[in-house]
Design a protein around this ligand. Structure first.
Ligand code: ATP
Length: 194
């Protein structure tokens, strides 16, 4: 009988900002797909071994760690390889979420931060879906600022994802983060109390 909030959105729309607030203000446990996905490819993991087998040992740094930038270059313009990689990582991430949920005390509220909630078909793990939205101009501004990207790079990253509008259409709650942080957190307060 848990309340499991699936928090998603587009790149740089404010998922981390909302998750940090829910952790601090409401003391909710936060489970993060990005952390599990990084764990999936730790040195010695079977998934990293599969990756090195497929792309060659050059995909590893001298330390044995995955060279993420190189892997990113391989998959960025290659949907088939992107698919292969996701089939390696998504089941691992799902298993970690299932384990984390199983460890919750009865009748808990918890937050699952899942950037690819829809794309990886993980909506069945949660009981409600919150999408953090920003208008595209703000999304570009914040990405350029935070990640020191050019306009073209920021646009390429946004356009490589499922459209944010499509995600909003599938949401139970849309948090509009186009304005101030205060305005965002007010919406979070309302959503958590709903
Ligand atoms: P990613 O998809 O890259 O993990 P994210 O969805 O977790 O990103 P955040 O990191 O929370 O997004 O926010 C993106 C950037 O925008 C951060 O630098 C954050 O500080 C800034 N930001 C978030 N909300 C606001 C706001 N309302 N006003 C100004 N800046 C904001």
């Amino acid at each position: 009988n848990h309340r499991l909030i699936g928090l998603t959105g587009g790149i740089g729309t404010g998922k981390t900002t909302v998750a940090n607030y829910l952790a601090n203000a409401y003391k909710l446990p936060i489970f993060d797909a990005d952390i599990y996905a990084r764990e999936a490819v730790q040195p010695g993991s079977s998934i990293l071994n599969n990756i090195a087998e497929r792309y060659g040992a050059d995909i590893l740094a001298a330390s044995g760690a995955l060279n993420r930038q190189q892997l990113g270059n391989i998959i960025f313009n290659n949907p088939q390889e992107k698919y292969w990689l996701e089939q390696q990582i998504h089941p691992y991430v799902r298993d970690r979420f299932v384990e984390a949920i199983e460890r919750l005390p009865l009748n808990s509220t918890a937050v699952l931060v899942v950037p690819l909630l829809f794309e990886a078909n993980m909506t069945d793990l949660v009981t409600e879906i919150w999408v953090v939205f920003v208008d595209e101009q703000q999304q570009l501004n914040r990405l350029i600022e935070r990640d020191e990207l050019t306009l073209a790079q920021a646009k390429a990253r946004i356009n490589s994802q499922m459209s944010l509008q499509e995600k909003c259409n599938k949401a139970d709650v849309v948090l509009d983060n186009s304005s101030t942080l205060e305005a965002l957190l007010k919406q979070v307060d309302a959503a958590i109390k709903a």
